[in-house]
Design a binder for this molecule. Structure first.
Ligand code: AQP
Length: 331
């Protein structure tokens, strides 16, 4: 089984990224052949600072290594080091429907929030994401709930490609966690915790100081009631129940039972303590790893060599199936 996922080098990573995706990446190393990349080309689709992008890649890479990615047990690389992603994006445009792209909620949300240029890259972002995964013929894509629609689209693209040009690509399955797939903003729990769209107070960053993490959780918006249980009219408490369940590795019902009748104050304090302990080792390891950029670069280069070997073989097959270019062997 081959697993693939990508993560953006935009901003500092938050608890939602960690619970929804990063912990799954780490677990994937024990479940199959795991391939992960920092998708710096995706970061070009919204306004960004060129001088900050390389550092942001290293920040994200060091965070993932601190969380438990092991370059000996997975392929871990930088997207732009493997140009096959860009080539495959263009080739897949031939089987991507314009109408489908216009229905992508991430595009609508981000285009709506954009004050300046809404780029063509933002519109075609899901095709690049499809190329990322399909280049590796991955079977499974670990993502949070917000990426489900993009994985559906890449499945359609792969199926359409195979139907039009012959069986060439693997149709991947999303792997979305049962609990924690959509961690909500602590200050506005009707919205997901987000790098670009969230409130500062409601977004727990993985590298926040412990006192800051605790304060953000203790200040989480709840509701007028007192019961610690998940319910549609209790988005704040529901979110905290899910967070504590994931952090402790128990079912949400277990959390509800434990805090039955204890009131919100004690519950929030328990969540704060648990999340601080959960993130502390990541923060510590990050500091050491981030300090050695030469080593980070070495890891990315070695990962790109392995990734390129797989992606290049797929491109040969895709070109051949589409009748593009001279006849080439996979050599
Ligand atoms: N709130 C969330 N809960 C659970 N999972 C989440 N993910 C993102 N937000 C949540 C998952 O994290 C992975 C990496 O996401 P990304 O590459 O899109 O990184 P990002 O852009 O820094 O994350 P955001 O917060 O999603 O940014 P915005 O909102 O600005 O676009 C993905 O698997 C994602 O599902």
């Amino acid at each position: 089984m081959r697993i693939f996922s990508g993560i953006q080098p935009t901003g500092r990573k938050h608890l939602g990224n960690y619970i929804g995706a990063i912990t799954q990446y780490v677990a994937g190393q024990d479940r199959g052949e795991a391939i992960y990349c920092v998708v710096d080309l995706h970061a070009l689709t919204v306004p960004y600072q060129p001088e900050a992008l390389r550092d942001a890649v290293y920040d994200t890479q060091a965070t993932l290594l601190a969380a438990g990615l092991d370059p000996e047990r997975c392929i871990f690389f930088r997207q732009s080091d493997v140009p096959e992603h860009s080539e495959l994006t263009w080739l897949l445009m031939a089987v991507t429907s314009y109408g489908e792209l216009t229905r992508m909620t991430q595009f609508k949300d981000k285009a709506g929030a954009q004050r300046e240029l809404v780029t063509a890259g933002l519109f075609t972002y899901p095709v690049l994401m499809a190329a990322d995964v399909l280049a590796y013929r991955a079977h499974e894509v670990p993502v949070g709930e917000d990426q489900r629609q993009h994985v559906e689209l890449m499945r359609d693209v792969a199926e359409r490609f195979n139907a039009r040009f012959g069986e060439t690509l693997v149709v991947p399955e999303p792997r979305i966690p049962a609990v924690g797939a959509r961690i909500m903003d602590l200050g506005a729990p009707e919205n997901k915790m987000s790098t670009t769209g969230g409130t500062a107070q409601g977004t727990v960053l993985l590298l926040d100081e412990p006192a800051t993490v605790a304060k953000k959780i203790r200040s989480a918006v709840t509701d007028a009631g007192t019961e610690v249980r998940r319910a549609p009219d209790k988005p704040g408490i529901s979110n905290l129940v899910d967070i504590l369940a994931v952090v402790r590795g128990v079912a949400p019902e277990t959390v509800e039972q434990e805090f039955d009748g204890s009131g919100y104050g004690a519950f929030k304090q328990a969540v704060a303590d648990a999340v601080v302990d959960y993130l502390a080792p990541v923060r510590e390891r990050y500091r050491t790893l981030r300090g050695d950029e030469a080593e980070l670069e070495r890891i990315l280069e070695a990962g790109a060599d392995k990734a390129r070997a797989i992606a290049a073989a797929t491109i040969v097959d895709v070109r051949a199936a589409m009748g593009v270019g001279a006849v080439r062997s996979r050599g």
